[in-house]
Design a protein around this ligand. Structure first.
Ligand SMILES: C[S@@+](CC[C@H](N)C(=O)[O-])C[C@H]1O[C@@H](n2cnc3c(N)ncnc32)[C@H](O)[C@@H]1O
Length: 211
């Protein structure tokens, strides 16, 4: 682990000592489970503070007022569990994590318990749960599916006032073009703080394109 990177990330995000301890616990858990369960790309663990922690925390800076989050395809809790750890001191802050892989859900539940992160873990497929969610401020998903698919899954929320935040790589513009064939929506492309090539697509006011 790079101590410099850790310090830089904690300073940039103005993280309290308690939250820093909880994030350290998250990283320790990820490292421990990774040895046997392979939760993230092995090469990314050496840069966990930049590639995963900072990449997740930047969403809080985009939506500082949001309290109720839904993270689709959470995997090892990126971004959802990291957001919950950082936001746990904020009144009403809560993150729902949807993940179909039971092994990853075991990691999410154990790490949330150890860090005191306010989450609900849904060990389920997105299709089975998303139509039953309400009162969600932000739906997010990283490294899960092309934007068109993310919009299709999130339709019940994005047509009802929820905002979508979808971190994307250098193909963000192409994914937007494809999505605009099927959907009408307002959107911004926000530069990523962790990768100069990457963008976070913010989506609001979704509706289907008339046939
Ligand atoms: C490539 S990983 C990304 C994980 C994490 N968001 C990240 O950025 O590191 C995608 C995750 O989504 C989960 N997943 C894929 N399709 C899903 C579905 N339909 N419902 C629930 N989870 C799903 C997979 O099990 C996997 O853990």
């Amino acid at each position: 682990m790079s101590t410099d990177l850790r310090s830089r990330v904690l300073t940039e995000h103005n993280v309290s000592r308690e939250t820093a301890q909880a994030l350290d616990l998250y990283v320790a858990q990820l490292t421990r489970w990774q040895a046997v369960k392979n939760l993230v790309g092995p090469a990314t663990l050496a840069e966990v503070w930049q590639r995963h922690v900072a990449d997740a925390l930047q969403l809080l800076t985009i939506a500082p007022e949001a309290r109720r989050w839904l993270d689709l395809g959470s995997g090892a809790g990126i971004p959802g569990l990291i957001l919950a750890i950082a936001g746990r001191g904020r009144s009403g802050f809560h993150v729902e994590l949807v993940e179909s892989n039971a092994r990853k859900c075991a990691f999410l539940s154990e790490t949330a318990r150890l860090t005191g992160a306010p989450v609900t873990v849904h060990n389920a497929r997105i299709e089975a749960v998303i139509g039953h969610r309400a009162g969600i401020d932000i739906v997010c998903a990283r490294a899960l599916a092309p934007l068109t698919q993310l919009l299709a899954w999130s339709e019940p929320l994005l047509t009802s006032g929820t905002v979508g935040l979808f971190p994307k790589g250098r193909d963000a513009a192409a994914e937007l073009t494809e999505a605009e064939d099927a959907w009408t929506f307002a959107r911004d492309l926000i530069p990523s703080r962790t990768d100069s090539q990457a963008r976070i697509v913010r989506v609001t006011s979704l509706s289907r394109v008339d046939p």
